[in-house]
Design a protein around this ligand. Structure first.
Ligand code: ADP
Length: 497
């Protein structure tokens, strides 16, 4: 079944219409094997549609289409490619409400607080990168007066992009918009839990881009993502997901000697000094911890260190704020907090909550479970604040990827910096203080790819985003990331004799 690319108002009908298909070479196609798997609404447990179950045969077909398309796409003037990508952004902006509803339906993220916002940032990313075509410029090198020596930025070829379920629209945009502007073509492998909204985005883009430039497959990790990374015509991999899978992808890329950008997990610290504006810090904790996304974020500020002079007041303010949030139907405009993505993830997060309790932490449970009978099978989980928690307890050390925050008390600045850095991760960190010297010192010493003072902004176009240590390799979302990861620099010398 095909569905019009005009904005649709019914996400249930749209999910059905998009069911069971990849998008390859500008066409919807079923999996070569004929198989499909169910897509489930985590707020009710109901099946809302199917996704094509991709494997190596589908990967082959998609990569071949992308390679054919790239031969022409790379010849198009860079600004013209950028214009088309910006047009995709403008068109996607007309679909913000539709895409927000569909992503809320398949991921359980609340429409008003998360899903519609994500759809709008998706469009913005395309518009931003669409303006960067003319930035793909090279240099002249003063090598020899008889020679003209220049560098040129060339596309790498076909990019394989593997994305997770937590913010699939934003993460897909951060990869494919710069890749396309730089003259590459892409094959995306969507996450098994959230295959439909990204497919819809690709359908809309394919109305504007030449066929084969932007392809998308759904399927499972080892069966579909594995062959994508291993495919001989894939020249670059961009992956976002868990550390464990990141290592598998990096090993496969190493076998083929192709570059891989990896955005992996996090356990981001937030340090609140005694002189911080406490109310601002509380709002920063709410945003940073992504309570409205059920904490399902690799950047989540899941370790909060609060100076002893303000610790109790801070905990009480955060508790009251989270407690006032409404958990409920993700599609309801009044809802602040939706559901966890899957039963497996719910069980994993509940395991962390139990481990924290067993380790002797004080457990504060916030908000209320929805009472609506229609949501009785929904994967809802009350947010948890742990205090007096041992730094060795599992929820204090490991990435929970759920609405569980650990708040620690500290008295000494040097000690808290050491604790903040005592993690295998290094994605983001924030410090809250009114003292400029402390702020500056901390920004230099915090081991993270993204450090903020007195704010907790989420990913924005042109702010390089990416971690250090086990949080990943390489940056995304900025001009530099486009140049570094989606082009190679060719050196060219003219010898005039
Ligand atoms: P999560 O815990 O978020 O599901 P994963 O890292 O397992 O994290 O998944 C992120 C993405 O990586 C998904 O699209 C998933 O299908 C894909 N994936 C999982 N295993 C592999 C693999 N062996 N090779 C390539 N991709 C994989």
């Amino acid at each position: 079944m095909t569905v019009s690319t005009e904005p649709q108002t019914d996400p249930f009908a749209l999910a059905k219409a998009l069911s069971g298909q990849h998008l390859i070479d500008g066409q919807f196609v079923a999996a070569a094997s004929g198989r499909a798997f169910d897509v489930v609404n985590p707020a009710t447990g109901a099946v809302i549609g199917q996704a094509a179950d991709g494997d190596a045969a589908d990967v082959d077909r998609a990569v071949a289409a992308a390679a054919r398309a790239q031969a022409e796409w790379k010849k198009m003037p860079a600004r013209q490619r950028g214009k088309l990508v910006a047009q995709c952004g403008a068109r996607l902006a007309e679909h913000v409400d539709e895409l927000g509803k569909l992503i809320a339906l398949e991921t359980g993220k609340a429409l008003r607080t998360e899903s519609r916002v994500e759809a709008s940032v998706l469009a913005d990313m395309f518009v931003f990168f669409g303006g960067l075509g003319s930035e793909l410029k090279g240099e002249t090198v003063p090598f020899n007066p008889n020679m003209m020596t220049v560098t040129a930025r060339e596309p790498v070829g076909v990019v394989g992009a593997i994305i997770p379920w937590n913010v699939p629209l934003l993460l897909m945009a951060m990869k494919i918009a710069p890749a396309l502007v730089a003259g590459n073509t892409v094959v995306v492998k969507s996450a098994e839990e959230a295959p439909l909204t990204v497919l819809r985005v690709m359908q809309i883009m394919n109305e504007i881009l030449p066929p084969g430039c932007a392809n998308i497959l759904s399927g499972f990790g080892p069966e579909c993502g594995g062959p994508l990374v291993a495919h001989p015509k894939i020249a670059k991999v961009s992956f976002t997901g868990s550390v464990e899978t990141g290592r598998i992808v990096a090993r496969a890329a190493a076998d083929r000697l192709i570059p891989a950008t990896l955005e992996l997990g996090g356990k981001s610290p937030m340090i609140i000094m005694g002189d911080a504006d406490l109310d601002r810090a509380v709002e920063g904790a709410i945003t940073g911890m992504r309570f409205t996304r059920q904490g399902q974020s690799c950047t989540a500020s899941s370790r909060i260190y609060v100076h002893e002079s303000v610790h109790d007041a801070f905990v009480e303010k955060v508790r009251a704020r989270v407690d006032a949030m409404k958990m409920g139907d993700p599609l309801d405009e009044a809802t602040d907090i939706g559901t966890i993505i899957s039963p497996q993830q719910l069980e994993k997060v509940q395991g962390f909550v139990e481990a924290g309790k067993k380790a002797g932490a004080t457990c504060i449970t916030c908000s209320k479970m929805p009472e609506d009978a229609a949501l009785s099978k929904g994967l809802f989980l009350q947010p948890v604040i742990f205090t007096d928690v041992s730094p060795d307890a599992a929820p204090a050390k490991e990435e929970v990827f759920g609405p569980v925050v650990c708040i620690f008390k500290f008295s000494d600045y040097e000690d808290v910096l050491a604790k903040a850095n005592d993690s295998e991760y290094g994605l983001a960190a924030t410090i809250w203080t009114s003292d400029l010297k402390t702020a500056l010192d901390a920004t230099h010493r915090l081991e993270a790819g993204f450090v903020q003072v007195n704010q907790n902004l989420v990913v924005q176009p042109n702010l390089s985003y990416g971690g250090v240590k086990s949080s990943g390799l390489g940056k995304e979302a900025s001009l530099e990331s486009m140049l570094e990861h989606f082009t190679h620099k060719k050196t060219i010398i003219f010898n005039m004799g």
